[in-house]
Design a protein around this ligand. Structure first.
Ligand code: TYM
Length: 336
């Protein structure tokens, strides 16, 4: 069993169409990391079913996330792209981690509180224990680094706690303590309708988010309608206090342009939002349209997508299985 020092794992749920937050906060960063790291990119369908998923569309959504990875620039020959439910070692390690993690740790997870809301008696047990599966996704590959958007930070802290507790309890150094990679100008993309809310798949308003499946026309409409305020763009970042919508659009611009927040502000200082939005719409279309077109092309070639996932599965299992066996041996389970 090799102990890598630069291995990435990250996951994306196939629970709906991907949006600009998923792209700028995660997938775009995966693309930039693939040269430097050995990468495992996982479509996390086991996580998706923690809330209801229509069985008639789930398989297609799983392929669509795969298509989005490839269309965004992840090289499927160089990286391992695979589906979580096809690698049973994830769920097996997750059970073990359910017995390592403490109730108090999971009770502190803000994402669970947000998702369960007032309905916490009626949500699935899976939604509660979701972060232990996420820890298993990462640690079954002994991954050292995990690129994610800002909203996953707390789950990664839990992953580190689980790795540490397992290592301490069993007096081993099996699991690395993985580092989050949260970087870029758009680590937390906000709703286009309300700058205090995260852009998310579950927002009831379609106008709150730009999808990777949106047409150019849709993108332009959504940016045009995006909430702003009456002020022009400020001279510097400090003048953005209390203007979350403005800050969000500037971050999106900077990230799409591979530029910096400061640079965008200096370019647009004093200009009105109508001008800025027009440029943002042009920039968004020029960056996203090629991805959407390529996703559509790939989705017409399902056998190609499935062949990538099949190769990814084989490789993933070949790395995950020895780690699972070692874990079981450490715990004292009867070996095969
Ligand atoms: P998911 O599917 O909700 O989101 C996938 C990735 O997109 C990022 N993201 C955002 N980034 C910036 N702004 C936003 N508004 C925004 N919304 C989503 C997420 O941070 C994530 O990186 N639990 C994870 C999936 C997962 C995972 C893992 C991630 C399962 N196992 C192991 C890393 C490692 C999730 O639900 O992501």
């Amino acid at each position: 069993m090799d102990k890598p020092n630069k291995r990435i794992l990250s996951g994306v749920q196939p629970s709906g169409d991907l949006h600009l937050g998923n792209y700028l906060g995660a997938i775009k960063n995966f693309v930039s990391l693939q040269q430097e790291y050995e990468c495992f990119f996982c479509v996390v369908d086991l996580h998706a079913i923690t809330v209801w998923q229509d069985p008639n569309v789930l398989a297609n959504k799983t392929r669509e996330v795969t298509a989005a990875f490839i269309a965004s620039g992840i090289d499927p020959k160089k990286n391992n792209i695979f589906v979580q439910s096809q690698v049973p070692q994830h769920a097996q390690l997750a059970w073990i981690f359910n017995c390592v993690a403490r109730m108090g740790w999971l009770n502190r997870m803000t994402q669970f509180k947000d998702k369960a809301g007032k309905n916490s008696e009626n949500v699935s047990v899976g939604l509660f224990s979701y972060p232990t599966l996420m820890a298993a996704d990462i640690l079954i590959y002994l991954a050292t680094h995990v690129p994610v958007g800002d909203d996953q930070k707390q789950h990664l802290e839990l992953t580190r706690d689980i790795a540490q507790k397992f290592n301490n309890d069993f007096n081993t150094d099996l699991f690395p303590i993985p580092e989050p990679l949260i970087f870029g100008e758009a680590t937390r993309v906000m709703s286009l309708r309300d700058g205090s809310k995260k852009m998310s798949k579950s927002d009831p308003s379609d106008y709150s988010r730009i999808m990777l499946t949106d047409s150019a026309e849709n993108i332009i409409q959504k940016i045009k309608k995006a909430k702003t305020d009456a002020e022009p763009l400020p001279e510097n970042k400090n003048n953005l206090d209390g203007r979350p919508e403005a800050e969000n659009l500037i971050s999106i611009f900077a990230s799409l342009q591979n530029s910096s927040f400061e640079k965008v502000i200096s370019e647009y200082a004093g200009k009105d939002f109508a001008t800025f939005k027009k440029d943002l719409a042009d920039l968004s279309v020029s960056k996203l349209e090629p991805i959407t077109t390529e996703m559509n092309r790939l989705m017409n070639d399902i056998s190609y997508i499935d062949s990538i996932l099949n190769t990814g599965k084989e490789k993933a299992i070949s790395v995950a299985e020895p780690v699972l066996q070692k874990t079981k041996q450490i715990i004292g389970f009867l070996s095969k």
